[in-house]
Write a protein that binds this ligand. Structure first.
Ligand code: GLU
Length: 444
């Protein structure tokens, strides 16, 4: 069977780096085997799901280059879920329960007080038809639970290896609420079966869930897909990231000027045995991907590492691949400009500032102590058109004329020509600025 995986976000918020790490892991896993990537929109919660969030999810995945082969919404499939639920009822695997939230709460408190785990006691299985009728007459509507086997479910997890879950330690999961709406558990299993999903790769927070879902898979289809659970992201200090995820949305990072490939380069490698390196192509990440490289420890996500990686990635990015975006920024001044500018960029937008240094207007900074030196520099500027060698000729000449060395030689020139202590390499910059503007700034 060829690989087919899915990414199944709920359209109840924006995608963040944690979601994308799961999406990317699935994408790299399946594309490495020539398989398919399905985008499933988990919108069974009709109240909280919105079209805006769904559109945002699709725009983010598109921008990142995580293109899906198929997509569908769970909200389009309620008829199918109802049919499977009817089947499970007929098999006695889905049973009605009439406890209210308060009653369930009281049961759990009592169990805890007795030192027992708060597992549902299955009282509803003993209800007679007459008792059920009484509840219904009182206006109570049932919620529906799946009857777990009470055995230990074991699977060979793609990340964790042999993973046992004792279903006797779990409450029978509620699949359908009183109002007839579905929780995520059953629709997900039905969709994975109907889509022919070969592997479910998701966060470790779903491990227990998988114990129950495997039994539902077996009840409906006789077997389950492969399962893999990757450790979750934590902050740079090892602490929870959950509170900060809101500020780490993909659209937010994009607005901050983080490149799509920076995000993917980092998320593909943290929590694995590979070093984090800027990668310009998803194809490279696909080649390097292997679930066996995943660590069992949480993956540390450091927003500052993302910023640093963004700079490293831009430094390696060829002119052709940024040309349209440079043009859109009004910061295209040819390949030589890009070569001079890119080692200093943290964000592509910074190229605008570099172009301003080249084209001006620049306010030259000349310290009083350097006035004569700058005047000498204007005289010593090599004749003819400036090229890659001009800077060192110029500096050597000034050294010979003035006896200055090191910083004292070049910093006054950088300040006079750019108005700043930092910036692109002077040898490249003076070629771009050109003789006329150089003389203007030195004499300015
Ligand atoms: N919508 C579910 C979630 O975001 C999907 C989980 C899964 O991959 O099965 O948690």
């Amino acid at each position: 069977m060829s690989a087919k995986v899915r990414f199944a976000p709920s359209p109840t918020g924006k995608l963040h780096v944690g979601n994308i790490r799961t999406a990317l892991t699935n994408f790299l896993y399946t594309k490495g085997q020539g398989g398919q990537f399905v985008l499933r929109i988990d919108d069974t919660d009709l109240e909280r799901s919105t079209k805006e969030y769904e559109d945002g999810i699709k725009a983010d995945l598109d921008w990142l280059g995580l293109h899906w082969d198929e997509t569908f919404r769970q909200s389009e499939r309620f008829e199918r879920y109802n049919a499977v639920a009817a089947d499970l009822r007929a098999k006695g695997l889905l049973y009605p329960c009439y406890e209210t939230e308060d009653e369930l709460d009281r049961k759990r408190k009592l169990q805890r007080a007795q030192g027992k785990p708060p597992v549902y006691d299955r009282a509803a299985l003993d209800l007679t038809d007459a008792q059920k009728a009484t509840y219904e007459a009182e206006g109570r509507k049932p919620h529906w639970r799946f009857k777990l086997s009470g055995r230990t479910v074991t699977w060979t997890d793609l990340v964790r290896g042999e993973t046992p879950i004792d279903t006797a330690s779990l409450s029978d999961p509620i699949l359908i609420r009183e109002d007839g709406s579905y929780l995520y558990t059953l629709p997900s299993v039905i969709d994975d079966i109907d889509s022919g999903i070969s592997a479910i790769i998701r966060g470790e927070d779903h491990v227990t869930n998988s114990g129950a879902q495997i039994e539902i898979f077996e009840a409906i289809a006789g077997h389950s897909p492969q399962l893999g659970h990757h450790p979750l992201l934590v902050g740079p200090d090892g602490g929870k990231l959950s509170k900060r995820l809101g500020t780490l949305s993909i659209s937010g990072l994009r607005e901050e000027g983080i490149e799509a490939m920076t995000i993917l380069s980092l998320l593909a490698k943290i929590g694995t045995s590979d070093p984090v390196e800027p990668r310009l192509e998803i194809a490279r990440l696909i080649e390097e991907f292997d679930l066996s490289k995943f660590s069992r420890a949480p993956a540390r996500f450091d927003p500052e590492e993302l910023m640093r990686l963004n700079a490293r990635l831009l430094h390696e990015t060829p002119y052709e691949s940024v040309l349209p975006r440079l043009q859109a920024l009004g910061a295209d001044a040819g390949p030589d400009f890009w070569d001079a500018a890119r080692p200093n960029l943290h964000r592509l937008e910074d190229a605008v500032g570099v172009l301003k240094i080249v084209e001006g207007p620049v306010t030259p900074v000349v310290e009083d102590a350097d006035r004569d030196y700058i005047a000498a520099a204007a005289e010593a500027l090599p004749a003819g058109e400036l090229d890659a060698g001009s800077w060192s000729i110029w500096i050597s000449e000034l050294k010979a004329r003035t006896g200055r060395k090191g910083r004292d030689l070049f910093m006054p020139l950088r300040l006079a020509l750019t108005g700043d202590r930092h910036g692109p390499e002077m040898d490249k910059l003076i070629v771009l600025i050109g003789r006329e503007r150089i003389l203007q700034r030195l004499k300015g």
